[in-house]
Design a protein around this ligand. Structure first.
Ligand code: AKG
Ligand code: FE2
Length: 362
């Protein structure tokens, strides 16, 4: 109950920034034999060709880290500093659970468009079926549809499957629980790495063990696209979360992370048994910008469908996030403190400018 109250308050941040329906209703991709102008972006070769990217930019891939490695904490910390992203091995989430969640996502997205629209996210709503929230900040639409889940998805899913919603709900809720346990372990390792265990930052430790953390689960679908050279699956963005844990289908590429060093997009190739982790804005703030928040995007494929399931790990909406300075990080706070709810509001309104709007150097 506690969690649902917190979630409800987070939804308030969205309610204050309602979207136009055309930014929520995805195209009926199944009846689009050609790429409509509304979805046609001006892209270069490195915007849509993973093979070209892999062979041409010479950037190494994001690191693969074994959670069982005795040095996992340092490896994770360095990956967060250098990339803001890594792939995680031996993460402890049973493959069968991941596969079942993927299958349920497939079952949902395979429904006819009018069926899925029954659970359309409302204009000020946080959960349900629809386009990516970042849609209004780009001139063209994305080749993507998603389904956002906070807590139990039953309210939304009942509208789609009135007599057959339990399986979807059980699997998604269980997935959320499993992800939360993993996320709390990763949070503790990241906080340990930052060595902010002493002094006034002690109170921040509860995000490494708190049962009221809010996880958001989001299955994503990228249908086959008639012209991947001009389409964008998901436009470049950073996640608002502390960090995100992502499962991607084995059969299709698409996710790319921006390497700030080489200024190149780097494909994140799917591997069986690996989960992608990327740090988001909130850990960037909390680490006083030591951890990058990975800029990432998704390209499209001509023949294969791509699915992913994101888990966004967030503190409760009234939690104050502030830079952890002191100890070995004895430095000036680069951001002012913000509640999660306030930051979500700032991001909903200002998107890419959100971090600079809370910067103390303004
Ligand atoms: O589909 C993916 O690989 C990435 C999804 C993503 O970035 C998101 O949901 O925020
Ligand atoms: Fe993302």
């Amino acid at each position: 109950m506690f969690i649902f109250e917190k979630m409800a308050t987070l939804s308030e941040a969205y309610r204050e920034h309602p979207l136009n329906l055309h930014h929520i209703i995805p195209l009926d991709f199944s009846s689009a034999p050609n790429l409509p102008e509304s979805h046609a972006w001006s892209l270069s070769k490195d915007d849509h060709d993973d093979d070209y990217l892999s062979n041409s930019n010479g950037s190494p891939s994001i690191p693969i880290i074994d959670l069982m490695d005795p040095n996992a904490m340092e490896l994770i910390g360095h990956a967060c500093e250098n990339w803001g992203a890594f792939q995680l091995k031996n993460h402890g989430i049973p493959l069968s659970i991941i596969q079942e969640v993927e299958n349920e996502a497939k079952r949902l997205f395979a429904l006819p468009a009018d069926h899925k629209l029954k659970a359309l996210r409302s204009s000020g709503g946080a959960t349900g079926y629809g386009s990516a929230r970042i849609s209004p900040f780009f001139p063209k639409f994305m080749w993507h549809e998603g389904f956002t889940i906070m807590g139990s998805p039953s309210e939304d899913v009942k509208k789609i499957w009135p007599n057959d919603y339990a399986r979807f709900c059980d699997l998604m809720e269980n997935y959320q629980k499993q992800m939360k346990v993993l996320a709390e372990q990763l949070t503790r390792m990241m906080l340990n790495f930052l060595d902010i265990s002493n002094g006034e930052n002690k109170s921040q430790w509860d995000i490494g063990s708190s049962s009221n953390m809010c996880g958001v689960v989001q299955p994503n679908f990228y249908p086959p696209c008639p012209d991947p050279t001009r389409a964008m699956g998901l436009a470049p963005h950073t996640d608002t979360s502390l960090f995100t844990i992502l499962h991607q289908t084995q059969t299709a590429t698409g996710l790319q992370v921006f390497n700030e060093g080489t200024k190149a997009w780097v494909p994140v190739h799917p591997h069986r048994n690996l989960l992608v982790v990327n740090t988001g804005d909130l850990f960037h703030i909390m680490s006083n910008a030591r951890f990058r928040c990975a800029l990432h995007r998704v390209t499209t494929n001509k023949t294969v469908q791509r699915y992913s399931v994101a888990y966004f790990h967030c503190p409760p909406s009234d939690y104050v996030v502030f830079p952890l300075v002191g100890g070995v990080n004895n430095s000036v706070a680069r951001f002012r403190g913000v509640t999660v709810k306030e930051y979500v509001g700032i991001k909903s309104k200002n998107f890419g400018e959100a971090l600079s709007l809370i910067s103390t150097s303004n």
